[in-house]
Design a binder for this molecule. Structure first.
Ligand code: ADP
Ligand code: ADP
Ligand code: MG
Length: 494
């Protein structure tokens, strides 16, 4: 097994990978930008090396710098986490050339599935249904005939896209040109590749994805599906496993399609095949994510498998330790992405220091985070500060557990999506398993803080204050007592 693994990432996912390495007796090397100097994952690794400027191009996307550090540190393998360089075939190639094992699929396999258009062609070739759309990159504005053929609403998508960016919904011919320009620009800025294609926009679908894992002997297994329909701006907020929407028959078909696709791509290591499920129960392939996914913990919770351990084992050339029939899902798991965003104010980014926080605990609750008192949420990286995962024997039990854990979770200093999650987990449509990818942005309403509950909270605070004034010993205060306080004391003590 590897002796030393460099984690080319930051935050919660770096911490996650370090933990499994430690359990396996593998030494770990962290890398960090100036903004992450005091991050917890940095001190929990066996050694840590600076990357300099917080700008991602200078730090976590700086392939040459990271590989030089890996060589200097004597790392024999590298785990890319998610985002950053994780789906970059050239980076995987550079690792190979430096004799550092890239913990992920081979560079050629990344090439076969990394581009959405190419993955669509592969899926179509082997008979996996894809969303109707174009199979070739657009070269200039598409003809009206082509647009008509796909029909409105349609989606303009970036072939290199990820994280919900480079995508535009077009509802009618009048909006096409502006959206086309915007999508191209956004894709170019975000991915350095402005290649676009068109897909029919499936109305109110569910997002269902299948976890796959392959070894170097050609074995490919699926680890069942996750549903990630609770999204905002095409970004996931809540994920669960299994999907409450699938019948056993649909489950068998979608998991078989994912395995077929992975086999055709000669895929090794962990990956995810994403699909949309429409209101008629038909599914369509979307894309492959050739890496560990943010929401992998829900799969771990229902299968009892450590995905990072499996990634390390298959990267080391070992065969998968189980067969398909040995993978038996048990119960239900739900994950909430806790983002530093103000859910009460249109999910506006909330930057600043987190001076303190209180983590939930209790049975069947897992927190993946890199929270540490005094940490700063900055503009440089994404807003994910913690993932809260709960398991239950049934879906209701899992949701009740996560709800309870959310009520214990306190984060000071920044606004978070905790209020959103509390509202969504008690929402009738969500509880029935009926949320689609458009639900957050269309029907769902955050309960607003009403005047009465604010007033009640202020009154409760005052009563608590006066109670303590009476029961706790007075200490001498050098500050003069305000007239309000003095008046209140006169009124309350007899
Ligand atoms: P997942 O697909 O694992 O659920 P997301 O789509 O939320 O995760 O992406 C996880 C992280 O990776 C986010 O920070 C996202 O911005 C980033 N990311 C995803 N795809 C790409 C890509 N193609 N290029 C750059 N960053 C990406
Ligand atoms: P990314 O690479 O950004 O993750 P995906 O193709 O995986 O892009 O799509 C992300 C999300 O965007 C999906 O989960 C879904 O909500 C929405 N989406 C993508 N394609 C379509 C489509 N053809 N019709 C409707 N929604 C779509
Ligand atoms: Mg996706």
């Amino acid at each position: 097994m590897f002796k030393k693994v460099l984690i080319a990432n930051r935050g919660e996912i770096a911490a996650r990978v370090i933990r499994t390495c430690r359990e396996m007796g593998i030494r770990t090397v962290a890398v960090y930008s100036d903004a992450d100097r005091r991050a917890r994952y940095v001190s929990s690794a066996d050694e840590a090396h600076p990357l300099g400027s917080p700008e991602v191009r200078e730090s976590y996307l700086n392939a040459a710098k990271i590989i030089a550090i890996a060589r200097r540190a004597g790392a024999d393998a590298l785990h890319p986490g998610y985002g950053f360089l994780s789906e970059n075939a050239d980076f995987a190639r550079a690792c190979l050339a430096a004799q550092i094992k890239f913990i992920g699929p081979s560079p050629d396999a990344i090439d076969r599935v990394g581009n959405k258009l190419q993955a669509r062609r592969l899926a179509r070739k082997i008979g996996v249904p894809v969303v109707p759309g174009t199979d070739k990159p657009l070269t200039g504005r598409p003809s009206s005939a082509l647009i008509r053929k796909i029909g409105f609403p349609l989606l303009i998508k970036a072939a290199a896209g990820g994280g919900g960016r480079g995508m535009r919904v077009v509802r009618g011919p009048g909006d096409f040109d502006r959206s086309y320009r915007e999508a191209g620009q956004e894709a170019k800025n975000a991915f350095g590749d402005g290649t676009l294609f068109l897909e029919r926009y499936i109305d109110n679908p569910k997002h269902i994805e299948v976890q796959i894992i392959g070894d170097s002997k050609g074995n490919v297994l699926h680890l069942f599906e996750r549903e990630c329909s609770v999204q905002r701006r095409h970004q996931k907020l809540i994920e669960e496993a299994p999907s409450p929407a699938l019948t056993p028959k649909q489950r068998a078909r979608i998991t078989a399609a994912a395995v077929k696709l992975a086999r055709a791509a000669r895929y090794q290591n962990a990956g995810t095949c994403e699909f949309l499920l429409d209101s008629k129960g038909r599914f369509y392939f979307l894309e492959v994510n050739s890496r560990l996914q943010v929401e992998h913990p829900v799969t771990e919770m229902i299968t009892g498998l450590d995905l990072v351990r499996l990634q390390l084992e298959v990267a080391d050339g070992r065969p998968l330790p189980m067969r398909q029939k040995d993978v038996r899902p048990r119960g239900h798991a739900v994950e909430c992405r806790i983002l530093a965003e103000d859910a009460m104010d249109g999910f506006a980014p909330s930057l600043g220091e987190i001076p303190s926080y209180r983590l939930p605990g209790g049975p069947f609750v897992r927190i993946d985070s890199d929270l540490t008192p005094g940490m700063h949420v900055t503009v440089y990286y994404d807003s994910l500060i913690a993932k809260l995962i709960g398991w239950g024997q049934t879906r209701d039990q899992a949701i009740d557990r996560v709800t309870r854990a959310l009520s214990e979770f306190k984060i000071a200093g920044v606004k978070t999506t905790i209020p959103f999650h509390r509202a969504m987990l008690s929402d009738a449509v969500f509880r029935k398993g009926g949320a689609t990818t458009r639900y957050v942005e269309t029907e769902f309403r955050m309960p607003s803080e009403d005047r009465e509950s604010r007033l009640a909270a202020i009154l409760a605070g005052c009563l608590e204050y006066f109670k303590r004034e009476r029961t706790e010993p007075r200490t001498y205060s050098p500050r003069p007592i305000s007239a309000w306080k003095a008046a209140a004391r006169r009124g309350f003590s007899r």
